[in-house]
Design a protein around this ligand. Structure first.
Ligand SMILES: *Cc1c(COP(=O)(O)O)cnc(C)c1O
Length: 482
C-alpha cells in the first residue's frame, strides 16, 4: 500500500474504511475494575466484557467484518449437505489459497485435532518454527512432541531482524538426522509465529524448508491463521517480493506447503476454519474425521452464514488496504511505546503489540508470573484487557514442575479494523503511567489450576496487597478520572 503522507509531518496510519455500525463500550471506574479482576481470579480471560473498555485479549473472532461480508450472510444456503455456501467457499479457497480439496472445521484448533489424529503416532516428533498453545496440546494429546527450531535471534525481544519467525535450516537438518524420517510425519511452519510476538518468516526461508522437506520426503504443513499479514510483511520487508501483489505472495506461500490449515476467526475475519490441500491422498486420511468431530463435510460445524462471510473475507485478504490496517496500527503502537522506553517486542509484528514483562517487571520472579501480573495490573489501571503469553500459557513437566516460558509477554491484540487511533493513544498513555509505577506491581500465584490449557480458566491471587496500593496511587495521580 502507498502510505499516505501527512503535510504537517505526523507519522500516523490512516484508516481506509469508514465506520457504519458501532457498539457502545464500558469504561468503569477503577474501584469496579479492582472487584472485577478479583472476581476473575486475576485472569483476564475470565473478565466480563461489561467491565472491559478496550478488548485486546485476542484477534480471534473479534475482527470487524466488511459490508460485503455482512451482506453475503443473508444469501446463505441452509442445507445439511451440498450447500451452495460451501461451494462458494471451496471456490474462494481454490482462488486465494490455490488448493482444490477443502475440509471445513469449526475453528483453527479443530484443524489441529484432525491433522494430529490423522498423522501423528506415539513417539513422533514435529519440527516447527515455534509452537502455538493449541497445536502443542494436540501434538501432546496424540503422543507426539514438538521440537522448536527458531533461529537463535528469534528470542531477542528488542531487535530489528525483519523475519524472527524463520526456521533454522541447520537445526532442521540436525533434527531429521537425529530422529530419523520415520519419526517425523510432518514439518510445521506457522505464519507470523503468534507466541513470539506475531513475527513473520520470509519467503526464502519457507523455500529452504520446502527443499529440506523434499530432500527427505517429509510433508510440509502450513498454519495459515495469520497468513495475510505474514504475506504483507514479506512484501514490505523482503526485497525480491516488493513488486508482487498479495495474491501472488499468498499463492506462492501456500503452494510450498502440502497441507494448509487456518483459523477463519483470524484469516478472513469470520468464524470457522479449514484444512486444504491439492493431494487427494492426504485429504483421504482426514476425511472421515470431519463428520466424527466437526459436522458434515459441507459445513464442518460452521454456520452457513459464517461460511459465506469466510468466502468473501478470504478474497478481501488480497486487498492491501484491508490487510495492512492491523499491521500499520500495530507499527504505530509499538514504535510509540519503544520511543517512550517501554520494553516492547520489535520489530512490530502482526496481531498485536507485545510488552516484555520480564524487562517491565524485573523484580517479579518468573515463578510468580510477571506477564500474568502485568496483564492484571494493566487491566486494573486502564480497563484494557490484554492476555498473558508466558509461563501461565505454558505447561508443567511430567513431575509437575513449571516449565518456565522462553519469554514473558503481555499481548495487546489489535483486532482488524476495530479500534480508532485515539483508542490506541489511550493504550500508550496508560502503559506509560504504569511503566512509571512498575515497582508497585507484584506477583501472582495459582489457587485453581486446570490440567490442560490452564491459562483459559485458571484462577490466581496476588502475592500481596499490591493491587489495592496501585489503585490508591492511580486515584492520587488521576483524581476522579475514569
Ligand atoms: C488462533 C490460532 C490458532 C487456533 O485457532 P482457533 O480458531 O482460536 O482455534 C492456531 N494457530 C495460530 C497461529 C493461531 O494464531
Amino acid at each position: 500500500m502507498s502510505q499516505v503522507k501527512f503535510y504537517l509531518g505526523e507519522d500516523i496510519p490512516l484508516e481506509l474504511h469508514k465506520v457504519r455500525v458501532v457498539q457502545k463500550l464500558h469504561l468503569v471506574p477503577i474501584e469496579r475494575r479492582l472487584d472485577a479482576i478479583k472476581e476473575a481470579g486475576f485472569n483476564t480471560f475470565r473478565l466480563s466484557t461489561l467491565d472491559v473498555y478496550l478488548d485486546m485479549l485476542t484477534d480471534s473472532g473479534t475482527n470487524a467484518m466488511s459490508d460485503n461480508q455482512v451482506a453475503s450472510m443473508l444469501q446463505a444456503d441452509d442445507a445439511y449437505a451440498g450447500s451452495q455456501s460451501f461451494i462458494k467457499l471451496q471456490k474462494a479457497v481454490e482462488d486465494v489459497l490455490g488448493k482444490k480439496y477443502l475440509l471445513p472445521v469449526h475453528q483453527g484448533r479443530a484443524a489441529e485435532n484432525v491433522i494430529c489424529r490423522a498423522f501423528i503416532k506415539k513417539g513422533d516428533i514435529i519440527p516447527t518454527n515455534y509452537h502455538f498453545t493449541t497445536v502443542l496440546a494436540h501434538v501432546l494429546e496424540n503422543g507426539g512432541k514438538i521440537e522448536e527450531l527458531l533461529h537463535d535471534h528469534a528470542l531477542v525481544l528488542h531487535s530489528d531482524h525483519p523475519f524472527k519467525g524463520n526456521m533454522d535450516i541447520e537445526k532442521l537438518e540436525a533434527c531429521i538426522q537425529k530422529h530419523g524420517v520415520d519419526k517425523i510425519p510432518f514439518i510445521r511452519m506457522e505464519a507470523s509465529t503468534n507466541l513470539i510476538g506475531g513475527q513473520p518468516f520470509s519467503m526464502s526461508n519457507l523455500m529452504d524448508v520446502r527443499r529440506v522437506a523434499d530432500k527427505y520426503g517429509i510433508m510440509l504443513v502450513l498454519d495459515a491463521s495469520l497468513l495475510g499479514e505474514n504475506a504483507y510483511l514479506i512484501q514490505q520487508r523482503e526485497e525480491q517480493w516488493k513488486e508482487n501483489s498479495m495474491a501472488d505472495i499468498i499463492k506462492m506461500m501456500t503452494g510450498l506447503a502440502d497441507l494448509v490449515y487456518f483459523s477463519a476467526r483470524k484469516l478472513s475475519s469470520s468464524r470457522g476454519g479449514g484444512i486444504c490441500t491439492n493431494r487427494k491422498d492426504l485429504y483421504g486420511k482426514m476425511e472421515a474425521l470431519i463428520p466424527l468431530f466437526e459436522g458434515f463435510l459441507t459445513y464442518g460445524g460452521i454456520s452457513v452464514r459464517e461460511i459465506e462471510a469466510m468466502a468473501v473475507g478470504l478474497r478481501e485478504t488480497l486487498d492491501e488496504t484491508m490487510i495492512s490496517q492491523s499491521p500499520s496500527f500495530i507499527k504505530y503502537l509499538v514504535e510509540s511505546l519503544d520511543k517512550l522506553g517501554i520494553p516492547v517486542v520489535t520489530p512490530p509484528g502482526v496481531l498485536g503489540a507485545h510488552v516484555d514483562a520480564m524487562a517491565f517487571c524485573p523484580h517479579i520472579p518468573q515463578t510468580e508470573y510477571p506477564a500474568g501480573a502485568l496483564a492484571a495490573a494493566f487491566y486494573l489501571i486502564s480497563g484494557i484487557r490484554g492476555m498473558e503469553r508466558g509461563t501461565i500459557s505454558s505447561v508443567r513437566d511430567e513431575n509437575g514442575d513449571e516449565i518456565l516460558a522462553d519469554v514473558e509477554l503481555l499481548r495487546l491484540a489489535v483486532p482488524r479494523r476495530v479500534f480508532t487511533l485515539s483508542q490506541v493513544k489511550y493504550v500508550i498513555d496508560r502503559l506509560a503511567w504504569l511503566y512509571e509505577n512498575r515497582d508497585m506491581i507484584g506477583g501472582l500465584k495459582f489457587v485453581y489450576e486446570p490440567p490442560v490449557l490452564r491459562f483459559f480458566m485458571g484462577g490466581l491471587e496476588p502475592t500481596s496487597d499490591w493491587p489495592e496500593k496501585l489503585m490508591i496511587k492511580f486515584r492520587k495521580d488521576f483524581g476522579e478520572s475514569l
